[in-house]
Design a protein around this ligand. Structure first.
Ligand code: HPA
Length: 283
């Protein structure tokens, strides 16, 4: 059996030794967005990543590093308060291990969030962008290596990564709440340095609307194992060269904090609406 799968099974058993909770929707909270788990989730149990054998732990300020299992408006969720990034030095298989574990725990949907730099001039700091598609060509593909047959097929289709139907549901959630939700293409780069203005011009010419250091590899791993994926990016800053000021992680967190109330409301509504959608369409 593949070492990666053995490690996953160990992590699965470690979680199952603590709880038999089966989430319907898994939510990954990006930089500065972690407060959602404290405020909107009726917690059943939380498990720090450090207590799960073999699990990568986040080293980034603003990323707490635990699973919160509980309910949002009655919907069973598993929330990742903090994620690990490739730039932290973990192999890419570790970076996507949480997404795979969430699938094994029963989650049907992976809802990804992140903070990003806006490239499209229509995107301002504090805007939310529904991720319609991604470019992951600048980071290692998480499926490289022996295929893990227990999870999925060798050559998975990626033509509808961010599920069109879920995108429609989320657009409606935003409309109901009167929250503006833009749409666009997200590109993942490795980081941890922010991009140069020349790199941002390159990404812009490739059709990228927003850039960040996460999400796309998790989405690939989740589609590989058959999850439905959706994602919202909080534009925390205008990207390098568009912004007149140097970029800092503090700015990313400050904007995410300012956007947090609207963000939390949108995610909570979207989770309920997605659950309704899943129960009518996928059952
Ligand atoms: N670039 C890359 N990642 C980011 C940015 C950015 O400008 N802002 C937040 N995450």
């Amino acid at each position: 059996m593949s070492e990666i799968y053995e490690k996953l099974e160990k992590a699965y058993k470690a979680v199952r030794a603590r709880t038999d909770f089966v989430p319907e929707i898994a939510l990954v909270l990006g930089s500065g967005l972690g407060a959602f788990a404290d405020e909107k989730v009726d917690e059943v149990i939380s498990i720090p990543y450090s207590e799960i054998e073999g699990f990568p732990t986040s080293t980034v300020p603003g990323h707490k590093g635990k699973f919160v299992f509980g309910t949002v408006g009655g919907v069973k969720v598993a929330v990742m308060q903090g994620r690990v990034h490739y730039y932290e030095g973990y192999p890419i298989s570790d970076v996507v291990m949480p997404a795979r574990l969430l699938s094994m725990l029963g989650a049907r949907v992976l809802f990804l969030t992140n903070a990003s730099g806006g490239i499209n001039p229509d995107l301002a700091a504090g805007d939310f962008m529904l991720i319609r598609d991604h470019i992951a060509s600048f980071v290692p593909n998480p499926l490289i290596g022996q295929n893990i047959e227990q999870l999925g097929t060798r050559f998975p289709d990626m033509s509808n990564v961010y599920d069109n139907a879920l995108c429609d549901v989320i657009k409606n959630s935003a409309k109901e709440l009167g929250i503006e939700l833009k749409e666009g293409i997200y590109a993942q780069l490795t980081g941890p340095s922010f991009e140069t203005p020349a790199e941002i011009r390159m990404l812009g010419s490739l059709g990228v609307d927003a850039v960040g250091m996460s999400t796309a590899v998790e989405a690939i791993a989740a589609r590989h194992c058959g999850m439905l994926v959706c994602g919202i990016s909080c534009v925390s800053n205008q990207a390098a060269g568009i912004s007149k000021t140097p970029l800092t992680h503090d700015e990313v967190q400050e904007t995410a904090n300012m956007a947090a109330p609207r963000f939390k409301a949108l995610i909570a509504e979207a989770i309920e609406d997605i659950s309704d959608h899943i129960s009518t369409v996928h059952n």
